[in-house]
Every structure is written in C-alpha cells, then in structure tokens.
Design a protein around this ligand. Structure first.
Ligand SMILES: *Cc1c(COP(=O)(O)O)cnc(C)c1O
Length: 391
C-alpha cells in the first residue's frame, strides 16, 4: 500500500481520482463495535453504521474470524462447485425466512438481489407477464431495473430511458394499488418501512392490500428488506410486523457484516426459468458467504432484533422529548429512526459529527439513524444529546 502522511492526504488522493462519490472531511481507518475512528484517531459513535450495514457492530469478532478462516482456505471458486460456507449460509437464510420461500439466490449488492427478482418474476410467469409495480418514494438500488423501480427523479432522469413497463403507485395508498395491479403484473415490489424515502413505515391496510391484489392477479409480492430486514426494525424481518407473507424478499446491507453479499429468497415457482438464463461470476463468493453466515448467526443467536426494539423505543422517546421547534417529527420502528427537521438535514449532520456522532440523511430534511443493533442505553443517550445540541 502507498504511504499517506496524514488524513488530509488520504482524502485528497481519493478526491483526485475517485469517479463518483463526494468525500466527507473524515477518513475512517478503524472500527470497534458502535465506534469508528478517523485518520487522526478521533472517536465517533456510528449512528449511520454506513447505511445500516454494520448491524452486528464494527470488527465483530465472529465475522472477522469467519473471514480470516475462509480467506486462509481459498477466496473464490465458481458457484457451481459447492462449498461449506455457502451451503451453511443458504440453509441458514432458508431457515430464518418464511416457510413458503424455499429457494435462495446469492448476489453481491442489494440492487442485484432486486434485479434477480425482476428477472425471475418476468421469466417465471407462464403467461408472460411483464409489468412491475413499485411505490412512490421507494428506493431499490442503482442498476437499470432497480432505478426503474426507484421513484426519485434524481436517481433516474440522468440515465433515461429506463426499463419499460415499470409503474408507480402511491405509497401507503391501497386504492392506487388496486387500480394499477392487473393480470399483466409480474410483481409488486415494496419496502414495508421505506428508508431513503424518509423512514416511513407502511400501514397494515396497505401491506394487506398488496398481498390481496397480488394473490388476486397471480402476481408476485416482493418485499425489499435490504435496509429494514435482519433485526433492524425490532423483528427479524420488517414484514413480520404485518403478519403478511411475501412471495420473495431481498436482503443485503446488514447481511454480510460489512462484506458485499445480498440474496433473493423466493418461492420455488419463481425459479422456474429457462436453464442457464441467469447467473453471475461472484454469486455466493465463499469469503462473503462465510461473513454473512456468521453475521446472521450472531443476529439470531444474540436476538439483536429484541435489542433493536428496546433501544429503539428509548431512542424515539428521547428524541421526542427534545424541546425544539426545529424538530418537526420523530418516527420509525426499532433502530430505524428518522428525525424530520426544519431546514436541510446536512447542516445538522455536520454539527452532530462535531459532537462525535455520525448519522445519515434521508431525503433533504430527515436525519436518519441506523446504528449497530448491538448498542447499549448509554449510546442511545449520547446520540439524543448530540441531536439536542444541534437543534
Ligand atoms: C440500499 C438499498 C438498496 C440497494 O442496495 P445496494 O447494495 O446499494 O445496491 C435497495 N433497496 C433498499 C431498500 C436499500 O436501502
């Protein structure tokens, strides 16, 4: 690796060469549990957890050990050769998802899991259904299929034309779903709790309606659990709050404990596609699979969903007690929490970083918190104080 004398030189090097991302004024060089450390050794409480990816905490010992062990054996062989780490992850995902979902396809990023859903939905409907229905303000990733199902213009417009026959309906609007879903609809994709869209939990009626209209028209109902799944909302899967079973779900972010891995978990019927028509070189990479297997085991064994429910309640209560007219609304489920503020969220986030707490925006005016699910009361209180200080 090249030598960098200080944090500024690392940031400058990335700014000079990297193609797309803007850079924050910090480099991150270490992480431990709920904390990260910048290039100068400064400590930050990580309430963004890099979009909720670090749900099991930074440098989680069981994840680190799983990566070391698998990397020491071998790092990659094509997925048509079975291997223990992948077998274990496949079985574990099947075990901890609804019984009707029997098949798992591993991919590398959230958007790829959704692409798989779009492709399998179209290819497996015997009637050749093509329409995909998504929700306003939903976010499903940045490849072409996923941006076609992603509502905000900023993610779509520069890249148009998008994929044909994707349609939007009002989020949390059962009537608009009933009107739009028809016999030509291959699938409906929804986030039971919208993340990018501003941390918005769907209503019971809406999710039930989605199930009913999909069943009525023989369309697949797919829940995008990429951000809200794996314990984040206080249940292992956010759709469990609704007691509604989808035909498929997608998961990523928290899944790999920091390694790039995602999955589509679906009904057998969805896998009935022409042989050899779908695949991917890195699907089921054994190092990523080993990390994911350890991360999911940790989330389940330590019941991090229960901790998310308990700490999330404390967080939401603490935030609601802040006496400031700059706080418009506090909402969320478990440790997926949004604070809608007056003015742009970015300004508040910079202030919070100066207080030693990192968080995320959702849209322009929501502070989004997706901390590691391993956190304790004192961390919750520290984050509430940081928000109080900036509003
Ligand atoms: C992050 C996210 C995605 C996209 O995942 P990537 O790994 O960035 O491709 C899709 N859906 C939801 C709900 C997300 O939060």
């Amino acid at each position: 690796m090249k030598e960098y004398p200080d944090m500024e030189s690392v940031i400058a090097a990335e700014k000079d060469v990297e193609a797309v991302f803007s850079k924050k004024p910090l480099s991150i060089e270490e992480g431990d549990g709920v904390y990260v450390y910048d290039g100068e050794g400064e400590e930050y409480l990580d309430f963004g957890a890099s979009y909720g990816v670090m749900a099991v905490g930074h440098s989680n010992p069981s994840v680190v050990e799983a990566i070391r062990e698998q990397a020491g054996k071998y790092t990659y062989a094509q997925a048509s050769y079975a291997t223990k780490a992948r077998a274990s992850l496949l079985e574990r995902l099947k075990q901890h998802t609804p019984e009707a979902l029997e098949r798992v396809f591993l991919t590398n990023a959230g958007t790829e899991a959704n692409e798989t859903a779009f492709k399998l939905a179209r290819a497996s409907t015997p009637e050749g259904k093509t329409k995909v229905v998504a929700a306003e303000n939903g976010f499903h990733g940045r490849t072409f299929g996923s941006i076609s199902a992603t509502y905000k213009k900023k993610y779509r417009q520069p890249f148009e034309p998008t994929v044909p026959e994707f349609e939007f309906t009002g989020f949390d609007d059962p009537e608009s779903l009933k009107e739009t879903v028809d016999d030509d609809t291959a699938m409906v994709i929804l986030e039971p709790v919208q993340g990018e869209g501003g941390v918005q939990p769907a209503s019971q009626e809406y999710v039930e309606t989605a199930r009913d209209v999909c069943s009525d028209h023989d369309s697949y109902l797919v829940f995008d659990e990429i951000q809200a799944g794996l314990g984040r909302t206080g249940r292992l899967w956010s759709h469990q709050h609704y007691d509604v079973t989808p035909d498929a779900l997608t998961t990523a972010k928290a899944l790999g404990g920091g390694m790039p891995v995602s999955a589509l978990v679906c009904r057998e019927a969805m896998t009935e596609i022409p042989k050899g028509s779908h695949g991917g070189t890195y699907c089921g990479n054994p190092v990523a699979a080993a990390a994911a297997d350890a991360a999911v085991e940790h989330i389940v064994e330590e019941d991090l969903a229960a901790n998310a429910a308990e700490k999330g309640e404390r967080l939401i209560e603490g935030l609601r007690e802040i006496d400031s007219d700059r706080v418009v609304e506090v909402r969320g489920r478990g440790l997926m929490v949004g604070v809608q503020v007056r003015g742009r969220a970015g300004r508040y986030l910079s202030g919070m970083a100066q207080e030693g707490v990192l968080a995320l925006p959702a849209g322009s005016n929501v502070i989004r918190m997706l901390p590691p699910l391993t956190l304790e009361d004192e961390h919750v209180d520290e984050a509430v104080e940081a928000v109080e200080a900036v509003v």
